[in-house]
Design a protein around this ligand. Structure first.
Ligand code: NAI
Ligand SMILES: N[C@@H](CC=O)C(=O)O
Ligand code: NA
Length: 433
């Protein structure tokens, strides 16, 4: 049987992992697909670099230009593992325009250009597979595109960034500093080339955009997604969260709401003991709520060479088997409309932490503002005593419209007795609809 000939663009963490995986399991995979899978060409920035791959790429043609790699007639499928847009986009387009399927781990590219690339793929009659782009090794794209196809999806909730989860877990469990935990995540190959994408929530939002588009059969506009990262989460908040029975996680939420879609990424106080609260370290967790299947929970490593290569290979196997599915599960012409509602429309409880001067009357001023803006308090916690100095005050609100809370926080932040901008972390119970 004719081999499936891969052209791999990018030989970093994921590309290197893929080469090793194929070397380890090539024979098994050939039995599964009925045809050998071979690497015929590769593209990387530095041809001479020692990647610890021995002679695994000895027979492959080297290209300095990924577009030329995509166009090589001895390449049947482009495996794009470079990242970003500058080189990856023209290479993917070149492959699609020549009728070659593409496998990619590049969520940034798809979150911004997925619709256009889906159109090109459809026109060429080939697929773009992207299992590795969302939640690393967890087969969640496959779950939404195939396994859960019988359902109307009501919501998707996920810890979608391994690096930020690794940092938050390090801060909570070992008292690691943000900078040290990030450095370690980079060393382990979890972080993006620009780690700001990880810690500022952008990478999770890229992934959520793809998941939401798949789940709801509608192309979600990345620019409309509300995104906050974890830079503002302090060790103090993590300690208070634990005291109050929560864990702080960076969560992506996509659910049907008020005639639109509620799609947002931000730190969340997750009640301890619920689905995502125990997903720690580099692990990702995704909860999907379907109307017939009810709630499904997926958990696994969200980043790193091995898990990501595992997902890339699953896509390659699908190509070898001739499976051809539309990028978003349905053809572009059948995609629905997806109005993303603003986060100010959220109705929910929140955790607030204020740094206030320890003197009589301060709490009364804060309570008066909350009363004026109709924000009801569930509990209030003040620790320590430091007359005339700063003390933290923690407030848990009842469910409230976010626009009202934002107004209250702006007024509270302006009080002379409030020494820092208030911290607000949303509380979300990821429970059955
Ligand atoms: N590292 C991880 O755990 C995961 C990464 N991804 C995605 O996989 C992709 C690759 O990520 P990593 O392997 O981590 O990055 P990396 O930085 O380790 O590897 C990227 C490779 O592409 C090469 N490259 C850069 N410019 C190039 C060019 N013009 N032509 C050919 N090669 C070029 C670089 O030299 C580097 O070896 C990205 O889209 C990333 O978002 C997805 C899931 C997990
Ligand atoms: N940088 C990403 C890699 C996987 O997508 C992460 O940390 O999750
Ligand atoms: Na995946």
């Amino acid at each position: 049987m004719k081999p499936l000939r891969l052209g791999i663009a990018g030989l970093g963490t994921v590309g290197g992992g893929l080469v090793r995986l194929l070397a380890a399991h090539g024979d098994r995979l050939a039995l599964r697909t009925g045809r050998p899978i071979e690497i015929t060409a590769v593209s990387a920035r530095d041809p001479g670099k020692d990647r610890g791959l021995g002679d695994l790429l000895a027979g492959a043609t080297f290209y300095a230009d990924a577009v030329a790699l995509a166009r090589d007639p001895s390449v049947d499928v482009l495996v794009e593992l470079i990242g970003g847009e500058t080189v990856a986009k023209p290479a993917v387009e070149a492959a699609l325009d020549l009728g070659k399927p593409v496998v990619t781990a590049n969520k940034a590219l798809l979150a911004h250009h997925g619709l256009d690339l889906a159109r090109r793929a459809e026109a060429a009659g080939v697929s773009i597979n992207f299992e590795a782009a969302v939640a690393g090794g967890i087969p969640v794209v496959k779950a939404l595109r195939e396994g859960l196809a019988g359902n109307r999806i009501e919501g998707v909730f996920g810890i979608l960034n391994g690096t930020s989860n690794y940092i938050l877990t390090g801060m909570a469990e070992t008292g690691a500093s943000f900078a040290d935990a990030l450095g370690e995540a980079q060393r382990l190959g979890y972080a993006e080339a620009d780690p700001g994408f990880d810690v500022d929530g952008v990478d999770a939002a890229h992934k959520l955009t793809l998941l939401a588009s798949l789940a709801f059969g509608a192309a979600v506009d990345f620019g409309a997604v509300h995104v906050e990262g974890i830079r503002g989460v302090s060790a103090l908040d993590i300690a208070f969260a634990r005291e109050l029975g929560f864990r702080i996680k960076l969560v992506g939420i996509a659910k049907a709401a008020d005639g639109g879609l509620d799609v947002r990424v931000h730190p969340v106080m997750v009640p301890a003991g619920t689905a995502l609260s125990h997903v720690d370290g580099v692990f990702n967790g995704v909860v999907v709520q379907g109307d017939f299947v009810d709630q499904m929970v997926f958990e696994g490593r969200g980043a790193g060479a091995g898990p990501t290569a595992s997902a890339v290979m699953a896509d390659i196997v699908d190509v070898a088997l001739g499976l051809r599915l539309p990028l978003y599960g349905v053809p572009v012409a059948s995609l629905g409309k997806a109005e993303v509602i603003p986060v100010t429309a959220r109705f929910g409880a929140s955790y607030l932490r204020l740094s206030v001067v320890d003197r009589p009357g301060v709490i009364a001023d804060i309570a008066a503002i909350l009363r004026d803006e109709q924000v009801s308090i569930e509990s209030l916690l003040q620790r320590g005593r430091a007359p005339g100095e700063a003390v933290p005050v923690v407030i848990v609100t009842h469910e409230v419209r976010e626009a009202a809370l934002a107004k209250a926080l702006a007024r509270i932040g302006a009080l002379e007795s409030v020494l820092e901008p208030p911290t607000m972390i949303r509380i979300e119970e990821i429970r059955r609809a």
